[in-house]
Design a protein around this ligand. Structure first.
Ligand SMILES: [Fe+2]
Length: 378
């Protein structure tokens, strides 16, 4: 039995007394509880108390739940938020994941499901807190390949002592089961958006890999490499500014230009297949030779890097990184076709655009983790 001091603190934000009291009754034996019936009260409690997790109903009298979610994450990025919502607000709940909510839970839910979800989210928070602390500590952690080797050893040891994460039903990264949870959490500790982008790009790449009749082993390497393509942004504090519309300042240009090389150096000690490293190094090379870092051209760019060059840009077009508002699927397809032969391998661009149109309905949900969202671990 935990003492009061050891208990995690949960803030229930819900304007209707009935559901609020019901939640409080369920959770009181396990957690230290705070409740708020409006956004203003919620922020006041959050600033004053050491809250670990917020359960958030999106309908509030004084503000949009989504605005409150963003304020919560701005005030305390380490506070986990579980959105509890009815089916009518499912779309908003999915958007919430984009704004940093860990997970959403659809009403009606059963008690065991809620408690298990909170426990998993808190365990994950512990791992992410550890990694966030590590990322904030001073020093260029992956500055050289030797540094990188030492850092991975340290992180893997710490990680094992924190308890291995459950790596959900997704078998795609099974070959990399030892490393995938750590790398995935590391991206999430830096910024959840980076992680969701990585997940969707992995899904898009796999879609193309399947259509290219790659073997199981090749597809697994492609999916994992695509997942890690921007890993070089993890050490950069201000990576979330990138890429964006408008001019990048000098520091941003530096980070943007160097993330492929930083990423390749980071993963070097992990002995991953050469293709993974090629994806990281060359996913910004353009088919016409005008990309970076090496200005490779045409078929001289490794196939998997040509694929990820395309899929990562497609995802950027479909989310709000490059364009505001984001493009529709049809517009994004037109844009990819427009850049076939300059930026993208024309044959791959043609195949990919055909595949995404055909499989439109089953494409990964934008802005949400591409693997199921009802548990926080995948
Ligand atoms: Fe990139």
């Amino acid at each position: 039995m935990q003492t009061e001091a050891q208990k995690h603190s949960i803030l229930i934000v819900e304007d209707e007394p009935g559901p609020r009291d019901a939640l409080a009754i369920i959770l009181r034996p396990f957690f230290t509880l705070y409740t708020a019936d409006n956004a203003h009260a919620a922020m006041r409690i959050l600033k004053k108390e050491r809250i670990d997790l917020v359960t958030l109903d999106l309908k509030l009298p004084d503000r949009q739940g989504m605005d409150l979610l963003q304020d919560v994450k701005l005030e305390r990025e380490d506070v986990e938020v579980i959105i509890i919502t009815g089916y009518g607000s499912l779309k908003s709940a999915m958007d919430g994941i984009r704004y940093g909510a860990a997970v959403y839970l659809l009403k009606p839910f059963n008690v065991a499901e809620l408690i298990a979800l909170i426990q998993q989210t808190l365990e994950k928070k512990e791992r992410l807190d550890h990694l966030r602390h590590f990322l904030k500590s001073p020093g260029d952690k992956w500055g050289t390949e030797t540094d990188a080797g030492t850092v991975w050893q340290l992180l893997q040891k710490d990680y094992r002592s924190l308890g291995q994460t459950k790596w959900g039903p997704d078998q795609r990264f099974a070959t990399y089961a030892e490393l995938a949870p750590l790398l995935s959490d590391l991206m999430q500790a830096r910024d959840r958006d980076l992680f969701y982008h990585a997940s969707r790009v992995s899904d898009y790449s796999d879609l193309l890999g399947k259509r290219l009749n790659l073997s199981e082993a090749e597809r697994s390497t492609l999916a994992f490499g695509a997942f890690l393509h921007d890993i070089g942004k993890v050490p950069a504090e201000d990576h979330r500014l990138l890429p964006k519309t408008g001019k990048l300042d000098t520091r941003e240009q530096e980070v943007s230009k160097h993330h492929p090389e930083i990423g390749a150096r980071m993963i070097h000690p992990l002995n991953l297949p050469a293709e993974v490293s090629q994806i990281i190094s060359y996913h910004h090379e353009w088919y016409d030779g005008s990309g970076y870092p090496d200005g490779l051209q045409g078929q001289g760019i490794p196939l998997f890097a040509r694929i990820v060059c395309l899929t990562q840009e497609f995802d950027h077009l479909m989310t709000d990184h490059h364009t505001s508002p984001p493009l529709s699927l049809e517009e994004a397809v037109a844009e990819v076709r427009r850049q076939a032969g300059t930026r993208f391998d024309p044959a791959l661009a043609e195949l990919f655009t055909r595949v995404v149109i055909e499989t439109k309905a089953s494409l990964p949900s934008l802005g949400t983790p591409s693997r199921r969202t009802t548990t926080p671990d995948h």
